[in-house]
Design a protein around this ligand. Sequence first.
Ligand code: SF4
Ligand code: SF4
Length: 351
Amino acid sequence: MSADSTKYAEKIVRRAAALGFERCGIIRVSAMKGYGEALAARMARFPETAPMLRNFIPFADPTEKCPWVKSIVICSRRCGVYRVPDNLGGMIGKHYLFDERRDAGSDGYRDTALFEKYMTDELHLQTASGNDYGITACRWAAKEAGIGVIRGNNFFYGDHGSYYSLYAFLIGEELEYIHSPLNNTPCPDNCNLCVKNCPTRSLAEPYAMSAFKCASFLTNKAGEDSGFKEHGAEIGGWIYGCDVCQDVCPFNKGELTGEREFNGLAELSAEISLEKLVAMDYASLRNLLSAKFWYIPPDEMWKWKRNALNAIANNWEERYADTIMLALRDEDERVREAAAGAGAAIGRTFL
Ligand code: SF4
Ligand code: SF4
C-alpha cells in the first residue's frame, strides 16, 4: 500500500476512534472469499437451512451488487456497557435490547451516520452501508480485520467478550488496516460450555449451529408451522432471542458492565412483562414493540403472545392462571392454541 493509502486508512481509523468505536479495521474486499467457503460448509452440514443461508451468498462478494467496491471498513462498538433491565434479563437477548440499527435516538445510529458522512464528505470516498441485515458478513469482516475473533459459539469477540455491535461500510478505494487482536487466545480444547448449555441443541458442536433450531430464530422468525412447538419447552423463559451460549462463555466473564442506560430502554422495560404482553391489544403491541424489536414484523404481533405463553408454561406460577384464561379468549386462533398448549404443558385445564 502506498504511503498516501496508509495515511488515508489511518485517518479513517482515527475518526472511528474519535466517534467512540472501540476498533476499526479495513480489509480488501477479496478477504471475504473465505466467508463464501464457510457458508457453503454450513449449508452442507445443515442442508435444511440452505434455502435461508443462500440469501447470504452475496455477502461473500459485495462487488456483484456494487462493482466499484474495493475495500470494507469494519467497526466494533461495545454494547456490554449498557444496563440490562432487571425484568428483561433471560427474556430478551442483549443484542436485541441494544440494537442501534434502526434506533435514531441511539449513540451508535448517530455515530455511524457521522462516520459515513466523514468518509463521503471529507475524504470523498464512494461508500455504501448496510441495510437492516447488513451489507456483508460483519463477523467475518471483523475477524479478517483483526478487530476480534469468532469463537466456538459463532459469536464475534472483541477485546471485551462477545457483546458488541458491528458496522460495515463498503468503500471504493483500495485500503487496508489490519489489527492484531488483543484477546485472540483460542477457545480452550476442553471447553464445550456453549455447546453443552445450548437449550435447543442448535449448537451441535463448536462453530456448527443449525439456525432453524436456535431459540433466537424460533422466537422471532419461526411461524406457526415451524419448530417452535417442538422446541418450546427447551426455549425456557426466552421470548425474543437467547443469550445462553454467550452468557456461559468464560471469555464473557466480567465483561457486562451495565454502566450506561440504553436509549429509552428503562421506560420501555416498565411496559413489558409476560402478563402484559398477553393482555395487550394488538395495536398497542405494535406501537410498543415493532419499531424496537423489528425482527417480528407489525403483522406478526401474535408471536409475542405465543412466546410469552410459552415462557409462562416453562416457568409456571399460579399468578399466571388469569393470563392463560385471557389468552384462551384471544382474537387470534394461534394465541388461543398457544394458551391451550401452555395449559396442557402444566397439566391444567382452564375454563
Ligand atoms: S442463541 Fe441460544 S439456542 Fe441459539 S445457539 Fe446460542 S444457546 Fe443455542
Ligand atoms: S464457551 Fe468455551 S467453547 Fe464456547 S465460545 Fe466460549 S470458550 Fe469457546
